[in-house]
Design a binder for this molecule. Structure first.
Ligand code: FAD
Length: 440
């Protein structure tokens, strides 16, 4: 036997799974087809700039991140808990009044939000939540239908909520599960997401560095077979044997190894621009609230709060476009023009440092939300990955934890877990993160 358990895939799901199994005293062999760990969480260093493959962030209030990641070693940097929203009559700063109270007077003056709209939003966002968990997946419907049902209307819906959620869900159609959309909204309200000083890939690298046995890279699994008494993992060039295997590969590859349906995925494009000056005076994410103008769904000058992303005195702006609306073919000219409209500054001299097109960025979550999918596929073969839970770092890590727990139960190392036991609360404590500088 090469190990007690072979974990295939060293994204955050596989890395969390391997850690739990190792902590239980098992010999774990983690393999990955790639040249580095992290899967979809990748960063490239280009001419002194750090460009993550996606405009992604770490939310320290995500329960899985909070509990299982040594955040002190990531050196996280945070923007303000606020957004620059481009409206027809000009830019408006909109922030969480608990964390950035100084924005409150201008928000009130803007008349962007009425008391009735806020009440409707509060009713909508808390509906279906019991004990902090999105339980109501039986009555789940699409985001748009659910907002209509709760009469969430007006500028709050059109100029703020829908653009923010579209960017975060990587879906502007409004057909994502309302239950999942609420989960995402709660995550934003609970804590400001930030960036590690060394780039997003620092997160999986940290998880990998804490494993006893290093991840074996450039090992591509081509088949997983049960042999009666164990498993065989065929790779390009070798056959590995173990008592159990956990398949934690990318969603688009999972059905090549297991008899499960290939998850439907949504695509995202991330643009990185070097800019001659800061496009805005505050470290905030920006978006266009004027309806579906596109193609940019959100943008931020990352160097305004994470200066290590660029050489000294340089400015780096990231912008996210979606593959669902413009087929990913939005030209740089169109992206620049839209960024000029959002920021109200000329962008002709913004130079593209990098551009990443990821057609398989995150799984779709259509209603009804199904975030507790089967973990054991055969007697000795298990599956993990964000597509089994939710398309997030939290979802991926929880899925890895659940797969590891199932292995430990089946090996008799821990007792059977109650059927509906939850490793973690599903939603965040609704309070600012202690590490959130905007909280002070
Ligand atoms: C553009 C973008 C933005 C995002 N933004 C956020 C965000 O802001 N916040 C957030 O929480 N989440 C975000 N996410 C989602 C988050 O990154 C993912 O949910 C999470 O990283 C998925 O981890 P995973 O381990 O499930 O899968 P993956 O990261 O896909 O890992 C799977 C691994 O399996 C390996 N593999 C595949 N096939 C084989 C094979 N045959 N043999 C061996 N190895 C194989 C791959 O090389 C890969 O390393 C974003 C994702 C993208 C793409």
């Amino acid at each position: 036997m090469d190990a007690d358990v072979i974990v295939i895939g060293a994204g955050v799901a596989g890395l969390r799974c391997a850690r739990v199994l190792e902590d239980a005293g098992l010999r774990v062999l983690t393999v990955d087809a790639g040249q580095s760990v992290g899967g979809r969480i990748r960063s490239s260093r280009i001419d002194g700039f750090i460009c993550d493959w996606g405009l992604m962030t770490v939310n320290p209030q995500m329960p899985a991140v909070h509990r299982w990641v040594d955040l002190s070693r990531l050196d996280l940097h945070f923007p303000l808990a606020a957004l620059l929203v481009r409206r027809t009559d000009g830019p408006q700063l909109f922030g969480d009044p608990r964390r950035v109270p100084r924005l409150l007077p201008s928000m009130v003056r803007s008349r962007m939000i009425s008391a009735a709209d806020l009440t409707a939003l509060a009713r909508w966002s808390s509906s279906g939540l019991v004990g902090g968990r999105v339980l109501d997946s039986d009555n789940d419907t699409t985001l748009l239908a659910s907002l209509d049902e709760f009469r969430v209307r007006g500028a709050l819906r059109e100029e703020l909520l829908l653009p923010v959620l579209s960017a975060m869900l990587a879906d502007s159609s409004g057909t994502t599960s309302a239950a999942y959309a609420k989960w995402v909204l709660h995550s934003i309200l609970a804590g400001t997401p930030g960036l590690p000083a060394g780039g997003m890939q620092a997160l999986p690298e940290l998880l990998a560095s804490q494993l006893r046995d290093p991840v074996r890279l450039e090992v591509h699994a081509s088949a997983v077979l049960e042999t009666g008494g164990g498993v065989e993992v065929q790779t390009w060039g070798d056959t590995l044997r173990a008592r159990k295997a956990v398949v934690a590969v990318s969603p688009e590859a999972v059905n090549q190894l297991l008899p499960v349906r290939r998850p439907r995925m949504q695509g995202v494009v991330t643009w990185w621009f070097r800019t001659p000056s800061a496009p805005f005076s505050l470290p905030v994410f920006a978006l266009d609230g004027r309806g579906p103008i596109g193609p940019v769904w959100t943008a931020v000058e990352v160097t305004s709060f994470a200066p290590s992303y660029a050489p000294p005195d340089s400015h780096l702006v990231a912008a996210k476009t979606l593959l669902d609306r413009f087929d990913g073919r939005a030209s740089v000219r169109v992206v620049r023009r839209h960024l000029a409209a959002i920021y109200g500054v000329p962008t002709d001299d913004w130079e593209v440092v990098a551009h990443f097109e990821l057609p398989n960025a995150v799984p779709t979550h259509r209603p009804p939300l199904s975030d507790r999918q089967q973990v054991r596929i055969w007697d000795d073969v298990y599956v993990a990955g964000d597509h089994r839970k939710t398309g997030s770092i939290h979802g991926a890590m929880v899925s890895g934890q659940r797969a590891a727990e199932a292995v430990l139960v089946d090996l008799g190392i821990i007792g059977a877990l109650p059927r509906r036991r939850r490793a973690l609360p599903e939603l965040y404590p609704l309070q600012p993160a202690a590490s959130d500088p905007a909280a002070t």
